[in-house]
Design a protein around this ligand. Structure first.
Ligand SMILES: [Zn+2]
Length: 302
């Protein structure tokens, strides 16, 4: 009988599971509500196990991958911190392995998404790339020489909290002027509120922008410009072949990526004399983290 693997993405609002076959193709998906940070670790771990069970039924997978929004240590053993998740320096890999009775690998959600985009998405065949995911905040991953780079402590790629404005806007992380305060779903809402004088949520601003509304287009131009400025800094640091932009806010496409490309080019030195990487949309959508986790379960965490 053919083998299969399961990936589960644990985000702030939902737990999403996918089952993949040996080729990496998705065979089944399932979603469960995220019990919430306040519900505690046990409740969230149970939701992970149940979502996994939803996609594998009576045939347990060879291994289980878990993609989690937050800081995961270098060995993939401990979940250190995530604003929307209940674990604090918790031995998550072992706890989930005990609960499910299967081998488990754990990684940061952006690292998982990067692994998926690298193997089966926008960065297929690319040796060096940056992934920038724009949702409520900014997530990121660095791919060099065909591998996701995790850093000395597993914490590389936290682009959202790079300071871009000294003494700038206050961030949930406690710092000021973090990049995600200027380029994120929250930033989109803030910029729109300032221009309109009333609150609209991200999907509403997106719908207006797609309908050609001038204020909404300006909001996307603002966060797109910040996206390009920040991306240019990362391109200067890593010299990637490709910059892949994912996350819910990027669903608007070129209304965001157009201003970003212009700003990125304008913020890089020597553009007439150097290759400027393409800035492209991610391909795997909201399932990227879960698919990447399943692929890591299949391939092992390198
Ligand atoms: Zn911050």
């Amino acid at each position: 009988m053919s083998e299969h693997w399961v990936g589960v993405d644990v985000g702030g609002t939902k737990v999403l599971a996918v089952r993949i076959d040996e080729a990496g193709d998705v065979e089944a998906t399932a979603t469960r509500p995220m019990p919430g940070r306040a519900a505690g670790a046990e409740a969230v771990e149970e939701a992970v196990a149940l979502a996994a069970r939803d996609v594998y039924g009576a045939r347990p997978p060879r291994a289980l991958g878990v993609s989690a929004a937050g800081l995961v240590d270098a060995d993939g053993e401990r979940f250190l911190f995530g604003a929307h998740l209940p674990w604090r320096d918790t031995p998550l890999r072992r706890r989930l392995a005990e609960r499910t009775g299967r081998p488990v690998v754990v990684d940061n959600d952006a690292n998982c998404a990067a692994h998926a985009e690298l193997l089966a998405g926008a960065a297929r065949g690319v040796r060096s790339a940056l992934l920038i995911t724009i949702g409520t905040g900014i997530g990121g991953a660095v791919v060099l020489d065909g591998r996701v780079v995790r850093g000395a402590h597993g914490l590389a790629g936290e682009f959202g909290h790079v300071q871009v404005v000294p003494d700038g806007l206050a961030c949930e992380c406690g710092l000021r002027g973090c990049w995600e305060q200027y380029c994120s779903g929250r930033a989109l809402e803030r910029v729109t509120r300032v221009a309109l004088g009333r609150h609209l949520d991200g999907p509403e601003v997106t719908a207006l922008a797609l309908a050609g509304d001038e204020v909404a287009l300006q909001s996307f131009a603002s966060i797109g410009t910040w996206l390009g400025v920040g991306a240019a800094g990362l391109v200067s640091a890593f010299d990637p072949e490709l910059v892949v932009v994912g996350g819910g806010v990027s669903a608007v496409g070129d209304l965001l990526l157009g201003p970003a490309r212009t700003a990125m080019r304008g913020s890089l030195q020597g553009t007439a004399y150097r290759p400027v990487p393409e800035l492209v949309p991610a391909r795997l959508g909201p399932e990227a983290g879960a698919i990447g986790a399943a692929l890591l379960a299949r391939d092992g965490r390198s």
